[in-house]
Design a protein around this ligand. Structure first.
Ligand code: UDP
Ligand code: MN
Length: 248
């Protein structure tokens, strides 16, 4: 049987949210044995996301946790609490299988990125921690792990090359077994500098030498760190509102 892929997606309310989630669900629906863990950055589960998931036709878990207001600032990492809530749920669900977990792979899927279907085939065979290139990130066309003789030996990056793991959130997957046998590994707020979330997390569970290169020795871009333009709502009416209330 195929290892289950657990995708943890932090998401927050904004005009493009439903469009992003629609695109993501359309991708995920084509992936066998995928379990979507959607974590809303909110004090409660929203109607919009609840209704959306009910019709999405995907195995999913709907969580929520609000980001404390003090952390909602430019320059601070996003979605720390949401990813940790996903991790906690996963550990709780498998709490009786510390020794020998059923085969599974975890990966962090932001709601605005673009994922090829091939990416899921690649990550499915993750034994401990696997890595691959990410397109359109770090001020470059792509960043990637540098591979020699099947081992990661460094990073092709244009930004903070001193990072122990110079990789975006979309550039790695972790086996369920590794998540369960490192129960304390979480994303940190305290002491975490911008762009160090991935390194801070990966440091807790693996080493560079141990990483498993995917995507043809990290020479293929199968995921893109796309970002959606902020929508222009300058012409939203202040009065003469539409006669019906429409969810967008
Ligand atoms: N996100 C969130 N709360 C926020 C901002 C972002 O939950 O206040 C989520 C967002 O939906 C996405 C992830 O965190 O899934 C990363 O955010 P974003 O895509 O804005 O980050 P960037 O692309 O700039 O790294
Ligand atoms: Mn993004």
């Amino acid at each position: 049987e195929l290892p289950t892929i657990y995708a943890i997606t932090p998401t927050y309310s904004r005009p493009v949210q439903k469009a992003e989630l629609t695109r993501l669900a359309n991708t995920f629906r084509q992936v066998a044995q995928l379990h979507w863990i959607l974590v809303e950055d909110a004090a409660a589960r929203s109607e919009l996301v609840s209704r959306f998931l009910a019709r999405a036709g995907l195995p999913c878990t709907h969580l929520h946790v609000p980001t404390p207001r003090r952390y909602k600032r430019p320059g601070l990492p996003r979605a720390t609490e949401q990813r940790n809530a996903g991790l906690a749920w996963l550990r709780q669900r498998h709490r009786h299988q510390q020794q020998r977990a059923q085969p599974g792979v975890l990966f962090f899927a932001d709601d605005d990125n673009t994922y090829s279907l091939e990416l899921f085939q690649e990550m499915r065979t993750t034994r401990k921690v696997s890595v691959w290139p990410v397109g359109l990130v770090g001020g470059r066309r792509y960043e990637r792990p540098l591979v020699e003789n099947g081992k990661v030996v460094g990073w092709y990056t244009g930004w903070r090359a001193d990072r122990p793991f110079a990789i975006d959130m979309a550039g790695f997957a972790v086996s369920l077994q590794v998540i369960l046998s490192n129960p304390k590994a979480v994303f940190k707020r305290r002491g975490s500098q911008p762009g160090m979330q991935e390194s801070d997390f990966l440091k807790q569970i693996t080493t560079v030498e141990e990483l498993e290169p995917k995507a043809n020795n990290c020479t293929k871009v199968l995921v893109w760190h796309t970002r959606t333009e902020k929508v222009n709502l300058a012409n939203e009416p202040k009065y003469h509102l539409d006669t019906v209330k429409i969810e967008v």
